[in-house]
Design a protein around this ligand. Structure first.
Ligand SMILES: [Cu+2]
Length: 199
């Protein structure tokens, strides 16, 4: 109910002042990245050497703070922006007290860099760093996420955009990267336990 009213106000505000900039100013908290309850634009990381730090943090959803696992202090994790034809080294620090991992969803890469623990690599041990290194041989929009435990459900996911080597086949005035997910105040382990216990 509250959300419906908020949305109406949001849309009316955007219509009255007109244009995308006004809409951005009215962007509700649940549509942006959060770090320790502070709403801010999703950071972008790029280049040949990228550092990602997986750690616990708090996040605010609909005015309520809950526990999350983010990367470099944000949920969703930073936008990784690459270019077809480049090489990339992703130095991933696991600041958790449990194993972690990053699976590069949809990327064509050497099997041992795929990031699925137990299949092609051992995972990233607690308080240690693993460097993924591979050439970027495609372009497009992808995402990355944990393949360990229920960390993805807690916020360990983010977008990847790879620009094509040559001219971009799609011309546009503005670009928006949208990451959709759901988040429960209830810890995913509890949800999972309930699913397994109830017939
Ligand atoms: Cu995946």
């Amino acid at each position: 109910m509250t959300r419906t009213i908020d949305r109406r106000q949001l849309l009316r505000g955007a219509t009255l002042t007109g244009g995308g900039l006004a809409l951005a100013a009215y962007m509700p908290a649940w549509a942006q990245s959060v770090s320790a309850g502070i709403v801010k634009p999703l950071p972008t990381v790029s280049g040949e050497d990228i550092t990602l730090r997986i750690a616990h943090q708090m996040m605010m959803i609909d005015g309520r703070e809950s526990h999350a696992i983010g990367i470099n202090g944000t949920v969703p994790a930073p936008l990784i922006r690459l270019r077809e034809g480049q090489n990339v080294r992703l130095h991933v620090e696991n600041a958790l007290d449990e194993d972690s991992s990053i699976h590069w969803h949809g990327l064509i890469l050497p099997f041992h860099m795929d990031g699925v623990p137990g299949v092609s690599f051992p995972g990233i041990k607690p308080r240690s760093t693993f460097t993924y290194e591979f050439p970027i041989v495609q372009s497009g929009t992808y995402w990355y996420h944990s393949h360990s435990g229920l960390q993805e459900q807690l916020g360990h996911y983010g977008p990847i955009v790879i620009d094509p080597k040559g001219a971009d086949p799609i011309q546009s005035d503005r670009e928006h990267v949208i990451v959709l997910s759901d988040h429960s105040q209830m810890h995913p382990h509890i949800i999972f336990k309930k699913l397994k216990q109830q017939g």
